[in-house]
Design a protein around this ligand. Structure first.
Ligand SMILES: [Zn+2]
Length: 691
C-alpha cells in the first residue's frame, strides 16, 4: 500500500505547463496533457497528440484506468512496458532506468516522454522551450544468411524512406534522409555476395542523412525486397547467377549478429536494478561529421564520379549527373489494385510519400518526362486507385517527375526499382471508405489501432462509416450453420512463447480449435478453420494486416454466421493471468457475453469481456469474438495450458457459449441484429468490459 501511495503525486510543478510541440520528419504534433517532473517532461499516456505522433510512425501506446502497466508497441513489434510506481522501462526485455517513476494524476497516467521516444529509436532534442525535435535512428542492421543469398535487414525508428546514392554490382549505397545512426560504422560481413558495409552521416545544406554503403564484391547482384513493415528495409545480395527473389526465411537462427553500440542487458527474474537511463546520442552534431574509417574505395572511378562526393569534406553535393528520362508507363490491373511500371532510362533517385488523405506520390529526381503530362481516372472496378497523374513536377533547380496516385482506400503501396523500371504496386484494400492502420496494440496480437483515429481525422463518424460499409455486399448470415474458427498465428508467426514451459501459442490455439471443431461438428454445425495445420493463412511474412485480412476473408467470403478467433495471452510480467473474451462491433457483444459466461467455469481467473479494436473483429462482417484463453507467461496458467484436459475443457466451454448464443438467437434466422445497441465506441470500455 505504501508503494502504491508513493507514485500518486511525486511531481513538483502543476499541470499548468503549456502545450509542447514535437516535430518528426516534417510533421508536427502538439502534446497538451503534459507535466513537469523536476524539469523532465511528462506526458499523459492518453494525450491525443501523443497518440497521433506514435500512430504516424506505426507505434501505439495503451493504458486503461485501474491498470498498473503501460504498453508501448513499436513499429517493429517490440513491446515496451512501463509500470506505475516502477523506475524502469522494459524495452523488448532490456531494462533501462527512468528519470522519474510513472504516476497517475487526475485519472491519467504520466510517463517520461524522452524515455518512451528513445525506446522507440527516436532521439529527442529539446530545441527551445516546449519544442522538441525527434530524429529517427537507424536502430538495427542484421545480416541473415539464407542459402546462397545474404539478406541485410535495416530497422528504423520510423518508415525507412531511402534514396539510392550509388547502385553498382560491387557497391550499393542508400541514403536515409532524416535518420541518425548509433550503429557500429564499419561492419565486416564476409557472407555470400556481401563483404562489408559502412554507415556514415552525410550533411548537406538541406538535409542530414545516414548513408549505408554495402560492399558487395565484384561478381555480386542485389535487390531490394518487400520488408515486413515500412520501418524495415530488406536488401538481398548474392553471387551473380543466384536468384535474389523469394520469401524471407523463417528461421532467426542463421542471423549473423552485428555488434550493437549499446550492449543489451538480459532481463532475468532477478535483473539487477539499473540506476540511470542508457544514454543515447542526441541530435547528430552537424559541425563534426564522423571520421570515416578506411575502406578500400572501388576502382571504377567513372561511376564513382557520377555520385555525390564523400561527406566529410563537402557541404554541397557534386554537380548532378545528366538527367534521366521517364520514357513511358504501363498500368496492369491486379485483383482490386494495379501494378504501375514506370520506364526510366539513365540513373535517377526517387523518394515516395504516402499521405494521410489517401494520396501517394513518388518523385523521380533529376529526371525529365518524355511524355505529355497525363491525368487518368481508372476503371471503377479498381478499388485501390482512383486516378493516376504523371507530370513534370518541376524543371529547376532539379528536374523532378512526379507520379501521384489517388488511392481509393488506405492501401499499402510498395515501390520496387528494377532494371530501367520503377514498379508501384497498390494491391487493393478490401474495405472501402475506411482508413485501416497497421499499428499493433496489446502484447500478443496485431491490432488495427488507427482506424478510429483516422476516421476522426477524415471527419467521418463511426456511424457514417458503418453506413458506408453497408453499401458493400454483406455476407453475414448467408450460411446460418457455418462457424469459422481462427486458430491464432501459425507458420512463420509462432505467436507468444514460453520456452521453459514448452508452450508456443500457435500450437495451443490449433489444438483448442481442433477440439472445438470436433465438438461443433458433432452438434451439426458446419465448421471451417482458417488453418488446420501449422501454416500461415496468407503467405509467410505477409504484413499483419494482410495476414489478418486473409483470416477475416475466410469468414466474409463464406457468409459465416460467427467467427471465433482463439489466442493465448502473454505479458512481460508473469503476474497477469486469466481468461478474456474480446469483442469490437455491437453485434459481437451477445456472443462475447455468452462465451464468457461459459468460460467462467475454467480454473483460470475470469477476466470478463473487453472491447478491443482487433483487426479480425473489426474486419469480419458477422458476430465475432477473440478469446485469450490464458496467459502462457503466468506460471499457474502455463501449468494449465500444459494439461490436455484443460485444452479440451476450454474448447468445450467455448462450444457451450456458442450454443447458448445460437439458442437465444433463434438459430437459422437470417437477421442477426445486435441485442444491445452498444454505442460505446468511445470511452465506455471500462464500464462495458467488466462484469
Ligand atoms: Zn495471439
Amino acid at each position: 500500500m505504501i508503494a502504491l501511495l508513493a507514485f500518486v503525486t511525486p511531481r513538483v510543478a502543476g499541470a499548468q505547463s503549456g502545450a509542447t510541440v514535437v516535430s518528426i520528419q516534417n510533421a508536427r504534433f502538439q502534446l497538451t496533457r503534459t507535466d513537469n517532473v523536476n524539469g523532465v517532461l511528462a506526458v499523459a499516456v492518453r494525450d491525443p497528440g501523443l497518440g497521433n505522433l506514435l500512430r504516424s510512425i506505426g507505434a501505439a501506446i495503451q493504458w486503461h484506468p485501474g491498470e498498473s502497466y503501460i504498453v508501448v508497441t513499436a513499429p517493429d513489434r517490440r513491446v515496451i512496458t512501463l509500470t506505475l510506481g516502477d523506475s524502469h522501462i522494459n524495452v523488448g526485455g532490456v531494462l533501462q532506468g527512468l528519470p522519474f517513476v510513472p504516476y497517475t494524476d487526475g485519472g491519467e497516467a504520466f510517463v517520461p516522454f524522452d524515455a518512451v521516444a528513445r525506446a522507440l529509436y527516436l532521439a529527442p532534442s529539446h530545441e527551445a522551450n516546449e519544442q522538441i525535435e525527434l530524429q529517427p535512428l537507424l536502430s538495427g542492421l542484421e545480416v541473415v544468411r539464407d542459402g546462397q543469398r545474404t539478406l541485410a535487414i535495416l530497422h528504423g525508428g520510423a518508415a525507412l524512406r531511402f534514396r539510392r546514392v550509388l547502385d553498382r554490382p560491387d557497391r550499393f549505397e542508400i541514403a536515409l534522409p532524416g535518420f541518425a545512426s548509433r550503429l557500429d560504422p564499419v561492419q565486416r560481413i564476409g557472407a555470400p555476395g556481401l563483404e562489408s558495409l559502412r554507415i556514415t552521416q552525410r550533411h548537406t545544406a538541406w538535409e542530414s542523412a545516414t548513408v549505408v554503403a554495402f560492399y558487395a564484391g565484384r561478381d555480386s547482384t542485389h535487390a531490394i525486397l518487400p520488408g515486413p513493415s515500412t520501418s524495415e528495409l530488406v536488401i538481398a545480395f548474392a553471387p551473380r547467377g543466384v536468384s535474389l527473389e523469394g520469401p524471407l526465411p523463417a528461421a532467426r537462427a542463421a542471423r549473423i549478429p552485428l555488434r550493437p553500440a549499446v550492449a543489451p542487458v538480459a532481463l532475468g527474474n532477478a535483473a539487477p536494478p539499473l540506476s540511470s537511463p542508457v544514454p543515447l546520442p542526441t541530435a547528430v552534431s552537424r559541425a563534426t561529421p564522423t571520421a570515416l574509417p578506411a575502406i578500400p574505395e572501388p576502382l571504377d572511378s567513372a561511376a564513382a564520379a557520377a555520385t555525390p562526393s564523400p561527406p566529410a569534406a563537402s557541404v554541397l553535393p557534386a554537380a548532378p549527373p545528366p538527367a534521366a528520362h521517364v520514357t513511358g508507363y504501363q498500368i496492369q490491373p491486379v485483383d482490386d489494385g494495379i501494378r504501375l511500371t514506370l520506364k526510366v532510362s539513365g540513373t535517377a533517385t526517387y523518394e515516395w510519400h504516402q499521405l494521410r488523405d489517401n494520396r501517394f506520390y513518388v518523385d523521380v529526381h533529376n529526371a525529365l518526362l518524355d511524355l505529355a503530362p497525363e491525368d487518368k481516372g481508372l476503371d471503377q472496378n479498381i478499388v485501390a486507385v482512383r486516378t493516376v497523374r504523371v507530370h513534370q513536377f518541376q524543371k529547376t533547380p532539379e528536374p523532378i517527375v512526379r507520379v501521384a496516385l489517388d488511392l481509393g482506400a488506405d492501401d499499402r503501396v510498395t515501390v520496387t526499382p528494377g532494371a530501367g523500371t520503377l514498379v508501384l504496386f497498390a494491391p487493393g484494400a478490401p474495405v472501402v471508405g475506411v482508413r485501416i492502420g497497421s499499428g499493433r496494440l496489446g502484447p500478443t496480437f496485431a491490432d488495427d489501432s488507427t482506424a478510429d483515429g483516422a476516421l476522426a481525422e477524415s471527419g467521418l463518424t463511426v456511424a457514417g462509416a458503418a453506413a458506408a460499409a453497408q453499401t458493400q455486399p454483406l455476407a453475414a448470415g448467408t450460411n446460418p450453420k457455418l462457424i469459422v474458427l481462427d486458430p491464432g498465428h501459425g507458420g512463420s508467426d509462432p505467436g507468444a512463447q514460453n520456452p521453459a514451459a514448452g508452450l508456443i501459442e500457435k500450437n495451443l490455439t490449433l489444438e483448442i480449435a481442433k477440439h472445438l471443431r470436433t465438438i461443433l461438428e458433432g452438434e451439426g454445425w458446419q465448421v471451417v478453420m482458417t488453418r488446420d495445420s501449422d501454416k500461415d493463412v496468407g503467405y509467410a511474412f505477409d504484413s499483419d494486416k494482410v495476414e489478418l485480412q486473409s483470416r477475416a476473408d475466410v469468414a466474409n467470403t463464406r457468409g459465416a454466421r460467427m467467427f471465433v478467433s482463439i489466442h493465448i495471452n502473454s505479458f512481460t510480467s508473469s503476474v497477469l493471468n486469466g481468461t478474456t473474451t474480446y469483442y469490437y462491433k455491437p453485434q459481437d457483444l451477445a456472443l462475447a457475453n455468452s462465451v464468457d459466461r461459459a468460460l467462467s467455469g475454467l480454473p483460470t481467473k475470469d477476466d470478463g469481456i473487453r472491447k478491443a479494436n482487433f483487426y479480425v473483429l473489426h474486419h469480419t462482417t458477422m458476430p465475432s469474438i477473440l478469446v485469450e484463453v490464458a496467459f502462457l507467461s503466468n506460471p499457474d496458467d502455463a501449468r494449465l495450458l500444459q494439461s490436455p484436459a484443460f485444452i479440451q475443457e476450454a474448447a468445450q466451454d467455448i462450444g457451450k457459449g456458442i450454443d447458448s448464443y445460437a439458442g437465444s438467437n433463434s438459430g437459422g434466422s437470417s437477421v442477426l441484429t445486435a441485442p444491445q445497441s452498444a454505442g460505446d465506441v468511445g470511452d465506455a470500455q471500462e464500464d462495458g468490459s467488466k462484469k
